[in-house]
Design a protein around this ligand. Structure first.
Ligand code: MV4
Length: 517
């Protein structure tokens, strides 16, 4: 449909669709997700256009696009969050549409509106759907009206003087959550009534700082909860399908490290029920494009609606590998007014996929960001390994943005095969010059509890404390990955036979002083 006459013909024929030919797209983002969107554009014959801040002139997404435009200084507020600048560049470049990626302006209704007002297609949901779901109270009321299970709590934001009574009705422990928040910001656990005032104050000030709105609501705390989300796809013609769940296996302070599809906790019947609930929520919100409905799942498999993310998510590739559906391609097709090309019955789930996030952070040094020049880089590849990267050897990771460098995504016939493959891929992956999360990821996939699908919130703490998995229960491939990672962490030379005389392998070993860069 892209790069052909078909879209234009449909528009001329005056059918009920609002088909628009999309020939050129502005990618309003940076890093790996900008590269990911550019790849989808290429496969569809769409001309990709990049934008860059002053420190991103030589970034991979800029090198990957056909055209690239400067949008301002390094701070995101002056570049990647600058609505007027982005819309101005989009018009000057003559694009038909704008893809926001994730983060930055992806869930900003005003940006979607500004695009539409300028005659540009926003590759995402309508502004009204972004607004409804951005307000967690409104989203909760909608879910409640649909009869979707929810954690007991307040449906409207609570005032300070009404909070104590509302809290007594809900019962302790409970959570204070930012109405305009999401992803854990402006969220506090309250174990007993004496902690309520302090938690309210802390959540309100964090929410006011992060979202410009200090409104909060209360929710009963679900112990030992799992965080499971459903991917949905909705077209502009009222069709909504779900692509099953993802589970964030391991996270730290709401930063995800490992994600997977399917969840080891979800069976076909539960997937069907959660999927139907997610589709009903999306449909009622007038949702269009790819979106994600988040649920909490308790120990006895009851699920509760949490919130809807109105964007493409970082972890979308695990769903792509298991369903064989290219989510960015579908977003672009949907934005062009195309109907979904399959029904719910056509969606099939095959095997298992895992994603590990490789961040430029020092997990053994307080997880501090580790910007700097990547002096040596060897990615992972081979059968059923996908690397979505935003960096290259010689690239200098700026300190101004999120630390995500790349994502390693693998597919296996089952979860166990995928874990073995991830261990192998992590053992291949080498980054020199900046510290990364790779050693921790290698420990995670080597851990018996992770392999058994026991994904408790305390697992990462135990792994970081250096707990050694039970003897004899470790798969050799995972053992190799973990040992290699440990050797590198300790600054030892790799355990290899002597290298060919002609090859300079020295940069692969971390020489004393590399820390100082
Ligand atoms: C909760 C919860 C327990 N009870 N809500 C985490 C991300 C954000 N979207 C919501 N989160 C939670 N909400 C209630 N009512 C526990 C979490 C939570 C969590 C859930 C699953 C897996 C890991 C977690 C880590 C921290 C908090």
């Amino acid at each position: 449909m892209f790069g052909t006459r078909a879209g234009a013909d449909r528009m001329k024929s005056g059918g009920r669709t609002t088909a628009r030919r999309i020939a050129k797209v502005l990618v309003a983002n940076r890093g790996e997700i900008a590269v990911r969107v550019i790849r989808a554009c290429r496969e569809l014959g769409i001309v990709p256009v990049a934008v860059f801040s002053e420190v991103d002139r030589a970034a991979l997404h800029v090198l990957s696009a056909d055209e690239a435009y400067p949008i301002g200084p390094a701070p995101a507020a002056e570049s990647y969050l600058n609505v007027d600048r982005l819309v101005g560049v989009a018009k000057a470049a003559g694009v038909d549409a704008v893809h926001p990626g994730y983060g930055f302006l992806a869930e900003n209704a005003a940006f979607a509106e500004a695009c539409e007002a300028a005659g540009l297609v926003f590759v995402g949901p309508p502004p009204s759907a972004i607004r409804t779901m951005g307000d967690k109270s409104a989203a909760r009321r909608m879910a409640r009206e649909l009869g979707v299970p929810m954690v007991p709590g307040s449906l409207a934001p609570v005032a300070d003087d009404a909070a104590a009574r509302a809290a007594d009705e809900i019962g302790y422990p409970l959570m204070v959550k930012a109405t305009m928040g999401g992803g854990g910001k402006g969220m506090r656990l309250v174990r007993q009534a004496t902690e309520l005032d302090g938690a309210l104050r802390a959540a309100r000030s964090e929410a006011a700082g992060a979202f410009g709105d200090g409104a909060v609501y209360l929710e009963r705390y679900v112990e030992e909860a799992r965080h499971i989300e459903i991917q949905v796809l909705a077209d502009a013609h009222g069709q909504v399908i779900h692509l099953g769940e993802r589970e964030c296996s391991i996270q730290r302070r709401h930063q995800k490290l490992v994600e997977e599809c399917p969840s080891p906790f979800v069976d076909a019947a539960m997937r069907e029920r959660m999927g139907q609930a997610a589709c009903r929520i999306a449909k009622t919100a007038g949702y269009v494009s790819a979106g994600t409905v988040e649920f909490l799942v308790d120990a006895t498999r009851n699920f509760y609606f949490l919130e809807m993310n109105t964007r493409l998510q970082v972890e979308h590739p695990v769903t792509e590998l298991v369903t064989s559906i290219d989510l960015v391609r579908e977003q672009l097709r949907i934005a062009a007014g195309e109907p979904l090309d399959r029904t719910q019955d056509d969606v099939e789930w095959r095997g298992a996929a895992l994603e590990c996030r490789i961040n430029a952070e020092d997990p053994f040094g307080g997880w501090l960001p580790s910007p700097g020049t990547i002096t040596a880089l060897r990615g992972a590849s081979g059968p059923w390994v996908r690397e979505d990267s935003g960096v290259y050897e010689g690239y200098t990771v700026p300190g101004s943005y999120d630390t995500l460098l790349a994502k390693l995504i693998v597919w296996g016939a089952d979860r166990s095969a995928a874990i073995d493959r991830m261990a192998r891929a992590l053992a291949e992956y080498k980054v020199v010059g900046v510290r990364t999360t790779i050693p921790v990821l290698a420990r995670i996939v080597a851990h018996a509890d992770f392999r058994a699908g026991r994904l408790s919130t305390r697992l990462l703490e135990r792994i970081m404390a250096g707990e050694v998995p039970a003897r004899g229960r470790l798969r050799p491939v995972a053992l190799v990955a973990a040992v290699l990672a440990e050797y590198e962490r300790l600054g030892r030379r790799p355990l290899t036979a002597s290298a060919p005389a002609t090859a300079d392998m020295s940069r692969w070993s971390r020489r004393p002083g590399w820390r100082s860069r």
